[in-house]
Design a protein around this ligand. Structure first.
Ligand code: ADP
Ligand code: MG
Length: 715
């Protein structure tokens, strides 16, 4: 292939400016390091590909002969891309969010080499290869991965097994193989396996429902899709390293806002600052190369905050690419002396970061359950799909809330920057009226989904075509024209759990509707009944308002406004039965997941409290002493007195926090979590307030850490 124009342009830029541009044009290189079905079709015998793909639908194992053929071809392909190692890559059950640098994947690298048994005289006892049994399955010591009680300490084996529907990719001389991760007894101890099971549940219940209502002829399987929007901050690595709170907890535990921060929303969609732009370009190029179509990048609301997102893909593949994105960003940022903050709330007082999960469900024939479409079939499916979703969201409301319940996300939800902790459905105001008409006996085809032409009022810019429904950014689950956007997901999270639960509640709704029709109800009446029973979950007003809290309480919608409150509802009988019925979790797996959520919360909060104490004792108080010493004598009492009062307040609050930590209960995770949330967090907040007040009076050069102003305005 000849050199593209853009590659030539890059060379010219380098020649003139001396700036070394990436060697490959990102669009020319897109997908060249992904071993997807297209590559398989080119390189493998057609019957092998056909059998491989059939197995993805039937769930049958790939035969040993086919495994060998695939492994050999994959090995050659990986070597052509410079791979020396291969790695089973998986997402251990680490509980939610809060990890510094985001919830990353796990892998151990194995060299692409094996013993050569064929030669009699072992002069060269090894050969470079990818043994087929190691491509499809890995066995490892799982003892240091959280398991929520699913694996006793002395029974350590855990297995990785290739998620055959997610393409392997070559990156940094390593062949990544996306995997599920289970115990010796096949119990899931990862994020991925339940997601894959939920995708199966969508297929089972979706096909059942389509059959019952006589739509979607020719459908052989169903898909769920995800398009994530990843928000994050970028600061200088040197600032990050100089702040023990960022290093230990991913967020600042102290710090006062600069007088100019996000008032006026001036940062939103502003030009991306140079060095950050370079980071985003590099990450985009790497992601494109491994086949993830990064599509959007822009500045976000808070200074120092940005967003990137790809074109949506099948849910599991998209979840994989999000984890990889965080990994790539961390690596590329380090090369540029930068640090990415994936935490939900790195800086108090300005917006935190989310990860909107744009989600939809459809058939392999191209029908999207959340797109009104232009045909009668599409329109019927659309209203049916939303009826199923309203059932799922109303009945399993707490479950949806639990998927975004983390220590980090508690700072965002309900804080006027992200949806409240009350989970409601926004299908649009026009649709809400239509729901009333169906309940009153109206036709399923009564929803008019035409786009609306709106004049701009000037002759130069032509009319705009507005979507059938407006957006609602205060809703946790708004309709966006062809998908729902679950807006409450936190930025550091792995998307698997939220998407798994979206799939599960949708499968529940489809199963419910199918059952009603199977038992003799008409399609229309079944939809009307689902709407009637679950209308209380539909809300199209302002989710940020105080009135909505009151109204939601009247409607009986839960407001689980802290993580411990949410987690306590996770394994209710209703939820455990749902997961078991849909074959997503056994009751043991459901219980294990709850334990891991508690563990994660307790660990996050405990580290935060300890870090605060440490920073106050070793950084803040010595600075206060120094500042006071400088002031004493040389200034009037007006300088000294307020300092003394402010710094003594820190000492008081610190003592209270230390006593609070000592009084922490042990041995019962739920009690510990509740204590940390209700008793310790307020003490931490009080200490923070005292320290931040001190920062307003302390001489600038004495403050021991990089300030907010320095960090968020460093580019
Ligand atoms: P916004 O304007 O809401 O910020 P973005 O363009 O940043 O939207 O991101 C929207 C995301 O939704 C993209 O990842 C996009 O590919 C994804 N998306 C679009 N259609 C669908 C769909 N049918 N199912 C799932 N995701 C979708
Ligand atoms: Mg966006």
């Amino acid at each position: 292939m000849g050199q593209s124009t853009s590659a030539a342009v890059m060379e010219a830029v380098t020649a003139v400016t001396g700036v070394v541009m990436p060697t490959k044009d990102p669009l020319d290189a897109a997908g060249t390091c992904m071993f997807d079905d297209k590559v398989m079709s080119e390189k493998l015998p057609a019957p092998v590909v056909k059998r491989f793909q059939e197995c993805l639908i039937s769930g049958e194992p790939t035969s040993e002969e086919d495994q060998k053929v695939i492994a050999d071809v994959l090995f050659e392909w990986a070597r052509e891309r410079g791979c020396v190692d291969f790695a089973h890559w998986f997402f251990p059950l680490r509980g939610g969010g809060g990890a510094v640098g985001g919830m990353l994947g796990a892998y151990k690298q194995d060299t692409l080499i094996d013993l050569e048994f064929s030669s009699k005289f072992v002069t060269k006892p090894m050969k470079a290869c990818l043994p087929h049994e190691r491509l499809f399955q890995g066995e490892t010591d799982g003892s240091s991965f959280p398991n929520g009680g699913l694996r006793v300490t002395h029974s350590a084996a855990a297995f990785t097994t290739w998620d055959r529907s997610s393409p392997p990719f070559a990156l940094n001389k390593t062949l990544y193989i996306p995997c599920a991760f289970v115990t010796h007894f096949g119990k899931c101890i990862d994020e991925k396996t339940p997601l894959l099971r939920s995708m199966d549940a969508v297929t089972t219940q979706g096909l059942r429902m389509l059959k019952a209502i006589g739509l979607g002829k020719g459908t052989s399987t169903m898909f769920s899709y995800l398009g994530w929007e990843q928000e994050f901050f970028v600061i200088r690595a040197e600032h990050f390293k100089a702040r023990p709170d960022l290093v230990n907890t991913g967020r600042t535990l102290f710090g006062k806002l600069p007088t100019r921060h996000q008032q006026g929303d001036l940062n939103y969609f502003q030009p991306i600052p140079g060095k950050v732009a370079e980071l985003l370009d590099r990450a985009q190029a790497v992601m494109l190369e491994v086949g993830c179509p990064m599509a959007v990048k822009h500045n976000e609301v808070a200074p120092g905050q940005h967003e990137m997102s790809p074109v949506f893909r099948v849910a599991n593949v998209s979840c994989d690419s999000n984890v990889l994105f965080m990994e790539v960003m961390n690596r590329e940022a380090a090369k540029l002396g930068l640090q990415v903050l994936f935490h939900e709330k790195p800086f108090a007082g300005i917006n935190g970061s989310g990860k909107h999960a744009n989600w939809s469900v459809g058939t392999d024939t191209g029908l999207n359950f959340f797109y009104p479409g232009k045909t009668e079939e599409g329109a019927k499916l659309f209203v049916t799909g939303i009826a199923c979703l309203s059932y799922g969201l109303a009945k399993y409301n707490e479950l949806v809330r639990c998927t975004v319940a983390t220590a980090g996300n508690d700072h965002r939800l309900g804080a006027q920057e992200a949806p409240p902790a009350i989970i409601s459905l926004y299908p649009g105001q026009g649709f809400e009226q239509y729901v009333d008409s169906v309940i009153a006996g109206g036709d399923l085809l009564g929803y008019k989904a035409e786009k609306k032409k709106q004049p701009t009022g000037c002759s130069q810019a032509m009319f705009i075509e507005a979507n059938v429904e407006d957006r609602n950014r205060t809703a946790p689950f708004p309709f966006c024209g062809n998908r729902f956007e679950f807006r409450a997901v936190g930025s550091s999270q792995n998307c698997c759990l939220p998407v798994m639960v979206c799939n599960a509640i949708m499968a529940a709704g489809m199963g419910q509707l199918a059952e009603m029709v199977e038992k003799g109800k008409s399609h229309r009446d079944a939809v009307a009944e689902l709407f009637k029973e679950n209308k209380h979950v539909i809300f199209t007003g302002n989710g940020y308002s105080a009135e909505w809290k009151e109204e939601a309480a009247k409607r009986g919608l839960p407001n689980l406004n802290t993580t411990p409150k949410a987690i306590a509802t996770w394994n209710s009988d209703k939820n455990t039965t749902l997961f078991e019925t849909l074959k997503i979790y056994t009751p043991e797996e459901t219980a294990a997941r709850q334990e891991v959520m508690y563990e994660n919360y307790v660990t996050c909060l405990s580290i935060e409290a300890e870090t605060m104490i440490n920073m106050a004792e070793t950084g803040i108080l010595p600075a206060c002493a120094k500042d006071l010493q400088k002031c004493t004598g040389s200034f009037s009492k007006e300088f000294e007195a307020p300092r003394k009062a402010a710094y003594e307040e820190i000492v008081d609050q610190l003592e209270k926090l230390k006593s609070g930590v000592e009084a922490k209960p042990h041995g019962d995770l739920e009690k510990e979590a509740v204590y940390l949330c209700d008793t310790l967090k307020p003490l931490m907040n009080s200490l923070r307030q005292a320290v931040d007040k001190a920062e307003t009076i302390m001489e600038t050069s004495i403050y021991p850490y990089p300030t907010y102003e320095q960090m968020i305005y460093s580019h």
